[in-house]
Design a protein around this ligand. Sequence first.
Ligand SMILES: Cc1ncc(COP(=O)(O)O)c(C=O)c1O
Length: 393
Amino acid sequence: MGPSDLREILKYSDKPEITSLAGGLPAPEVMPMDEYRRAFEWVLETDGDRALQYGPAEGYEPLRAWVAERMGHRGIPCTAEGVRIVNGSQQALDLLGRLLLNPGDVVIVENPTYIGALQAFTPYQPRYAVVPMDDDGMQVDALEAILAQDRQGAGRVKFIYAQPNFQNPTGRTLSAERRVRLAQLASTYGVPVVEDDPYGELRYEGAHLPTIKSFDTEGNVIYLGTFSKILAPGFRLGWVVASKPLLDMLTEAKRAADFNTASAPQIATYKVVEDGFVDRHIEVIRNVYRARRDALVEAIGEHFPLGVASTRPHGGMFVWAEMPGPVNAREMLMEALEQQVAFVPGVGFHPDGTGANTMRLNFSNVTPEKLRNAARILGGVIQHRLDLLAPTV
Ligand SMILES: Cc1ncc(COP(=O)(O)O)c(C=O)c1O
């Protein structure tokens, strides 16, 4: 199941009668509509010339300074100079592919990984080396084995793509010990890490873990952040923190791609965030999403047959489930859609083509009541598939 299959499901699951756990969208009810309305009015009245004009490729300076200060709280000391605004972190993935990959190069990814990253890198024709995961995230011993083998061989590994917090699709979080190890491996083998962190702020329990970049002493880690999940994805605002040489190359590539990220949304976003609104707002989002996660996880516990392994994410937007071996999630989907429930089969998140028995369930954009009902239906579908597969006596 590739990206185009995914688009097909998303199209189908848009129908109002379908309860869709297939998407990955933030909930519209927690988007700061009034704040943006006021901010845009203010921007057009007081700074209209700048808002409607081309802007610097690096991004709007006050917004970069605001991001830099926030990064400081996450163990990444930097100034506005060290931050570049991009058109969503998705653009950063594309630009990094463009800058760092030649055909036949190797990107190391978690297995499973974010489909959008594969879509961004694949046009540059890399090969993927996959690292298995467990409940503590990417298995760093397996990662080291790949790096060691590459060093003895062709030296084609160009970077490691990692999502340490509440990973899309599994919801898993990389343990603190493994973060240290990952940063050390990056430095020992001289291979950059792309730390993609769109969900880090959406933590529903426990304490924040240090970023991988906070252990980076040599400028090996490229950190990607975004406003998509803490404010709204529609303005397409993300950022990159990395070493100066890489940022300079990235800015040149960005200039070639689109000159600059749109000016008005950057200035309005700065106006929205400058007075501390964002932390109050993240608290609102956390409360809504936490209740949704709890509803889904509890209902899975109640309704899914024994033998299904599922994650209980401490944050983010996704739960991952692994059915007993022979159950095929794509076949399950056809049956679930007949009962008006959609989800994403997990195979497309696996560059090695495994994972036919896995699925991703989104909870951020579905009400608790609908999540409970959907889990009940999915539990029934899994049981039915198991019954069909059971040897008849
Ligand atoms: C892991 C991951 N990285 C990047 C993105 C892209 O986010 P943005 O809206 O900042 O482009 C997403 C969006 O869902 C994501 O899940």
